[in-house]
Design a protein around this ligand. Structure first.
Ligand code: MN
Length: 372
């Protein structure tokens, strides 16, 4: 039996923090399409159940189009069962309440434990249990979970893992309280990057992360987890993260210490991007580092414009430090040398201020526009 575990889709996220209006709209639609593509993938791969571990919608204000597309996808795939926990972001209640009729293959969880039987092979069962954690139930939720050790037990929850549950914070999932509960797989939602760990003595906990990276705090692989449970022996389980997102977000750090101009810097960034596996549909944040000579000509606007041609989106952060090799100017009799020596010997200035003044001064002497 094949299962999919996804979470934190955040449908109808605004996506406006980096992108232009048009691209933000496009990305918003792409999140929906990736979600629908995941269901198409599930149908073509014979997946029998999809666990959505919370935050299907970003907020309460999702569009009718998104709502209709999601409901249709559930209805059009009756062979797949959808198990949906709402999570802490708005939208879940409005989505459920807005439906005339809940599709027969959409299964929900409430404020007390609900257990669904997904399979049975004579030796045991595959069970899926879940609960919407809230102020009123989190204190008793852990002790009320009773699973049969003979079964392959999946538990789904939405929240942030901690060692213990926390008084007054239902969203903190106490991993220690879930140990020795015969949990084989704890299907979590809330953390936006793939993350997993041991749940002793026999299980793993796992966050699949968002389906699409939405900002540069969501770099790396994004998709869903596929669990392939051997029908004859439920202890044999293959599990993998399916990297499924349409685009990837990259934060690229490039040392530009030996670069003398924007063209060289551009080539260096492209090298870094290539080595990281970026392709043209991806979004990149290029961080410039290193110690750059005060003579170096660099324009982040130009770099962004060029990189914007190669990638879906690019922004450049210049975190490089200025480096003035005063020896270079020691014997320089020109105005340039005189200027550098004058600044160097000004005791009222810090080293950083000196470097910055020298950069502006040298640029002015080259006849360039100065942009502070
Ligand atoms: Mn979330």
């Amino acid at each position: 039996m094949k299962l999919i575990h996804c979470a934190d889709i955040h449908l109808d996220s605004k996506m406006t923090s980096n992108l232009s209006k048009e691209k933000a709209k496009e990305r918003k639609n792409e999140i929906l399409i990736t979600f629908l593509d995941m269901i198409r993938y599930a149908a073509s791969e014979g997946v029998s159940a999809i666990i959505i571990a919370g935050d299907l919608f970003d907020t309460n204000s999702f569009s009718a189009t998104t709502k209709n597309a999601v409901i249709s996808a559930f209805r059009d795939n009756p062979e797949i069962d959808f198990y949906y926990i709402k999570g802490n972001h708005g939208g879940g209640d409005r989505f459920i309440e807005g439906m005339d009729e809940i599709p027969g293959n959409l299964h929900l969880f409430g404020e007390s434990w609900t257990t669904y039987i997904l399979g049975e092979n004579g030796l045991g069962r595959i069970t899926l249990s879940g609960i919407e954690l809230s102020q009123s139930n989190y204190r008793t939720a852990y002790s009320l979970l009773n699973l049969d050790p003979a079964d392959y037990n999946i538990v789904t929850l939405h929240g942030q893992t901690g060692t213990y549950s926390q008084d007054g914070s239902p969203e903190v999932i106490g991993l220690n309280e879930l140990k020795n509960k015969s949990i084989d797989y704890l299907a979590l939602g809330h953390v936006h990057e793939y993350y997993e760990g041991d749940l002793l003595p026999r299980g793993r906990y796992c966050y699949p992360g968002c389906l699409e990276g939405r900002g540069f705090d969501e770099c790396g692989e994004h998709g869903f987890v596929v669990l392939d449970i051997d029908d004859a022996d439920y202890t044999k389980v293959k599990r993998e993260l399916m990297d499924f997102s349409k685009r990837h977000m990259f934060e690229l750090h490039t040392d530009i210490s030996d670069c003398e101009n924007s063209t060289e810097i551009l080539d260096k960034i492209k090298e870094t991007a290539h080595a990281a596996g970026c392709v043209d549909r991806d979004l990149i944040k290029a961080v410039l580092e290193g110690n750059v000579s005060a003579d170096c000509e660099k324009s982040t606007e130009y770099l962004e414009a060029e990189l914007g041609r190669d990638f879906y989106f690019a922004k450049v952060y210049d975190r490089s430090k200025l480096f003035v090799d005063y020896n270079d100017y020691e014997l320089d009799a020109s105005l340039k040398g005189e200027f550098v020596r004058l600044v160097k010997n000004d005791e009222t200035l810090s080293d950083d201020e000196k470097a910055q003044i020298i950069v502006f001064g040298l640029a002015a002497l080259r006849g360039e526009d100065i942009q502070a």
